[in-house]
Design a protein around this ligand. Structure first.
Ligand SMILES: O=P(O)(O)OC[C@H]1O[C@H](O[C@H]2O[C@H](CO)[C@@H](O)[C@H](O)[C@H]2O)[C@H](O)[C@@H](O)[C@@H]1O
Ligand SMILES: [Mg+2]
Length: 942
């Protein structure tokens, strides 16, 4: 068992043994800059994601470190050069759009291994020194390309909007989105690679948020370890399926995610949306129950086998907030603000200025409030701090900024005067102390987001308001949008619909008029609803433990078949010389449809098979339940280069012509009359069903009958057929909405046996059926076998058997992956019982995979485990080698020019002038216009 039993039972580890947790975050909690030399690292704490980083901090605390050994894997974020920050600063003063990750340095960062090690060490040392997030075992993910923000593109331009109900990406679409997707796949692969370097059996892998949706399945592929425990927490909202399903890569995303054992959301609503997406898009099943905490959970039977889906709202570090918010320095700030707005009620808001945080809705509601309640004019100020969003340069943000500016101006000109502006808008990131002073001074906090996962401002505000300070901090109310994830937690907040300005205005009036007693009662309730980050982390791990314990991984029934590792397949394919392809047809190369006659090969399939067959190293066989006529008509006549086997192994026809060989020639066929009679009888009793008579096999189809009646009669028919089957040694096969009967001694596995044990091209009528010998030059070194049905298990079984024999017989013939290049792969869900070693979800993925082999599909169309270099190129690829050379040249050049660089004083002098600028935050100096950055250290009124 992965998680130590003692740890589960009493929360403490037995002596010396700690549970390892690999926490995977989108970015390490630092902003990293490089000084003039490539060893001079500047590291600042990052702003945002405070809850997540608090959880890492907590797991690293002395209290938890007794039981857990935490490792943190995260991207370095965009690494900039120090002087470029200065030029950014310059640019920001000249009001040029130069902020945020998308305008980082154009200077490529060529770093040697030593320099990267240097950074890792610097981070560890930093942890030991200051009060920021402490994480001891840091494993940076390096992705140093010139345009480093590329790694964010798909997540931020496609996923984030979709998760927040914004259909923005559709306008970007096409090539751009493809490029973003490839980078997204690589980003996830870089993590898989990093985890591969540190993973130990028994580790828990805990993945966070939507930048890493493909990672769970990638890790399954990489480790193929049944004991592997992967948990995923989704910090953002999960939209209704109607929204989610517009994503072109929706299936790949779900497929990636359901590689996890557990997928957890901020609330049950998001979890239900996710389950519904799985049901509709992956045709998965789901079973609802309650977990140990009494929270609803769903067992989803999908591509990832039994995935547990549940919810657990994230919390904040209440203890630290209370410590940090009540210092003498902040006392002074609180007094200064109070003084500045003497006699006025203060409403505060702090949001990122993006489309979903509802700043516009807030301003509209405030305007309505002033219009409806003139008695408040002059007596209330709204201090709104809007931090610039990640993608500040997007058209949408620019429009939003304009809209906000107009609204602020309009309110201030209507309801303000020369001395006072009722809206004080600050468009900037504010430092923690200023933020806390605002929370403390506020009479009311107004949160009107139109969509968010969990609004930590709400939690932090309630936390601060739980404190009785000398400045009367206790109990002031919170107005909270019903669309914020926090509203499911802070049930006793004043919940509003932010789109209804009149209702919000009324609530503002009511909140400001509340008596002290009312506020106290409210705070008492709401404070008890604030989840702490410690509690959240503990509960997450305890409930994860329960999941791991219950789903006994040793049980074969729960086996999750990993997705096919396509990059490895491709690599093996490239290196192989005698490749054998063994393909089933229906449900594998073509999707299942109602009418068997309509399941004809697509043009894409034919051209892909044609390309594949063009390589003389390839031998392709279609091994199907279909009859000769069908296979001849749709495949053989068009692509004579294919070998064919019909009726589940009854007939074979060689590659490039020849006659069909009947392997059942000497078998007594009188059973057909008896079986046919039973089948006909059931056909008349089952409207919509029909009988397909082939040369040997007989198939009764009930796909077009009523599903219940069809299934019921299939069971009944099977009973009736058993006697005949015994008498004639027949096999009754449960197919996809069909029941088939054929002689037992022929099956698809037998065809596979014939093909593998004979040299490529040996004519079928000359085969020695009993032969199980091969010389080195006869052995296929790549066998890709695909099938979707029970009858295909015979092929997989046969391959597994042969592999076992080869291991003993030819141990020195293994390839670089220490195997013989066998890829038995089922098509369908990963939870399906199979002896195949991997799975592809559907015929579309099959085509993409074959396309990959013939070079018509990009490697990064879908995820697999690839070795990447620190710049994100595939290792040893042409671009990787070029980049390596460039690194060497660059390092040399830099060394030579180091002296002259030092002499360039202009930008570095700016750094000297603004030594702490990333944290020197400022006030927007006009309430009627939105300066991009100002520079005052405290907030003053009037
Ligand atoms: O071994 P296969 O190549 O997978 O063939 C298996 C059977 O496939 C056909 O039936 C199935 O596919 C039909 C078309 O999608 C579908 O309508 C039907 O419900 C399925 O059972 C075919 O008709 C059979 O002869 C094959 O044995
Ligand atoms: Mg099939």
């Amino acid at each position: 068992m992965t998680v130590d039993a003692t740890l589960k039972a009493n929360g403490s580890a037995p002596s010396g043994k700690r549970q390892r947790i690999i926490n995977c975050v989108r970015q390490l909690p630092y902003q990293i800059q490089l000084g003039e030399t490539n060893d001079d690292w500047k590291i600042q704490p990052i702003i945002g994601n405070s809850s997540l980083y608090s959880s890492l901090d907590y797991l690293n605390s002395d209290e938890k470190a007794k039981n857990y050994e935490q490792h943190v894997v995260g991207w370095t974020g965009e690494i900039t050069r120090e002087q470029d920050f200065a030029s950014r600063l310059l640019a920001s003063y000249s009001d040029k759009r130069k902020e945020g990750p998308d305008d980082i340095d154009d200077d490529p960062l060529y770093l040697t291994k030593e320099q990267m090690n240097g950074l890792t060490e610097t981070i560890q040392q930093k942890n030991a020194q200051d009060g920021d997030t402490k994480i001891s075992n840091v494993h940076p993910v390096w992705l140093l390309r010139r345009d480093q923000s590329r790694w964010r593109d798909y997540a931020e331009n496609v996923l984030w909007p979709t998760f927040h109900y914004i259909l923005k990406f559709s306008s970007e679409g096409g090539d751009k989105e493809n490029k973003w997707w490839y980078d997204y796949v690589k980003f996830n692969e870089a993590y898989a690679m990093k985890i591969g370097e540190i993973y130990q059996k028994g580790d828990i892998i805990w993945i966070h948020d939507y930048y890493l949706l493909l990672l769970p399945q990638l890790l399954r592929m990489k480790f193929n370890d049944e004991d592997l425990v992967i948990a995923y927490f989704h910090h953002s909202p999960w939209p209704s399926n109607e929204y989610f399903r517009v994503l072109p890569r929706r299936k790949q995303i779900l497929d990636g995610l359901v590689g996890a054992n557990r997928i957890c959301f901020q609330n049950d609503g998001f979890a239900r949306h996710f389950v519904s997406s799985c049901k509709r898009l992956l045709e998965s099943t789901s079973r609802k129950s309650k977990n140990a905490l009494g929270i609803d959970q769903y067992e989803v039977g999908a591509y990832g086998g039994d995935v547990m889906v549940d919810s657990l709202p994230i919390g904040v570090n209440t203890k630290k907030i209370l410590e940090d918010a009540f210092t003498t320095d902040i006392d002074a700030k609180v007094l200064a603000i109070k003084d500045a707005y003497e006699g006025k009620k203060i409403i505060i808001g702090r949001d990122s200025l993006d489309a979903v945080r509802g700043v516009v809705q807030k301003l509209r509601a405030f305007e309505t409030f002033l219009a409806m309640y003139p008695e408040w004019r002059d007596k209330v100020v709204l201090i709104q701090v809007s931090s610039p969003p990640i993608n500040r340069n997007s058209q949408q943000t620019i429009k939003l900024e304009q809209q906000v500016t107009e609204l602020v101006n309009s309110i201030n000109s209507k309801y303000g005067d020369l001395d006072f502006s009722p809206v004080q808008h600050y468009y900037m990131r504010i430092p923690k102390d200023v933020y806390f002073s605002l929370l403390r001074v506020a009479d009311l906090c107004l949160i009107t987001s139109v969509r968010d996962g969990m609004n930590t401002t709400a939690l932090e505000y309630v936390t601060v308001k739980s404190h009785t300070s000398s400045y009367n901090c206790y109990g002031n109310p919170l107005i909270l949008s019903e669309f914020s994830g926090s509203s499911t937690v802070l049930k006793d907040a004043i919940i509003v619909n932010p789109w209804d300005s009149v209702a919000v205005a009324k609530r503002i009036n009511r909140a400001l008029k509340m008596s002290k007693e009312e506020k106290f009662t409210l705070e008492k309730k709401i404070w008890s609803e604030v989840p702490t980050i410690q509690d959240w982390t503990d509960k997450f791990l305890t409930t994860l433990d329960d999941i791991i314990y219950r789903s006994s991984p040793s049980s074969k029934d729960n086996r999750i078949t990993p997705a096919l590792n396509r990059p490895v397949l491709l690599e093996n394919y490239k290196q192989a010389n005698r490749r054998l392809f063994l393909f089933d047809y229906d449900g594998t190369l073509t999707p299942i449809v109602r009418d068997p006659a309509a399941a004809i090969p697509s043009a894409r399939l034919l051209s892909t098979l044609n390309n594949l067959a063009a390589d003389p190293k390839n031998q392709i066989w279609i091994i199907s339940g279909r009859d000769q006529k069908f296979l001849n008509k749709w495949l053989g006549s068009r692509l004579p280069q294919l070998g064919l086997s019909a009726e589940h192994g009854c007939f074979v026809k060689d590659i490039n012509g020849g006659e069909w060989v009947n392997l059942t020639e000497r078998f007594d066929m009188s059973w057909q009359v008896k079986v046919g009679k039973v089948m006909e009888d059931f056909t008349t009793r089952t409207p919509g069903s029909f009988l397909e008579r082939k040369k040997v096999a007989l198939t009764w189809h009930y796909r077009q009958a009523s599903p219940e009646l069809g299934e019921f009669h299939a069971i009944e028919m099977k009973k009736d057929l058993l006697k005949i089957a015994e008498e004639y040694d027949l096999e009754i096969m449960d197919g996809k909405a069909n029941l088939e009967v054929r002689p037992r001694f022929v099956n698809k596995g037998e065809i596979v046996r014939r093909l593998v044990w004979h040299k490529h091209g040996t004519p079928q009528d000359m085969l020695d059926n009993s032969r199980e010998e091969l010389t080195k030059d006869e052995m296929p070194d790549f066998i890709f076998c695909l099938g979707d049905d029970l009858t295909d298990e015979d092929m997989f079984n046969q391959l597994n058997r042969i592999e076992g024999i080869w291991k003993k017989k030819y141990p020195d013939q293994v390839n670089q992956w220490k195997n013989f290049g066998f890829y038995p792969c089922t098509v369908g869900s990963a939870s399906k019982k199979t002896v195949a070693k991997s799975h592809l979800t559907d015929p579309q993925q099959v085509l993409e995979t074959l396309g990959l082999l013939v070079g018509s599909v990009s490697l990064f169309q879908s995820a697999g485990t690839v070795e990447l270099d620190p710049r994100g190129h595939v290792k040893n690829s042409e671009s990787s080698l070029k980049s390596e050379q460039a690194t060497a040249e660059y390092v040399l050049k830099r060394q030579n020019s180091n002296t002259s660089l030092k002499k360039q004083g202009s930008s570095t002098s700016l750094n000297r002038q603004y030594p702490n600028t990333p944290l020197t935050l400022s006030r927007q100096n006009s309430s009627t216009s939105m300066n991009r950055q100002g520079s005052v250290n405290s907030i003053r009124g009037k």
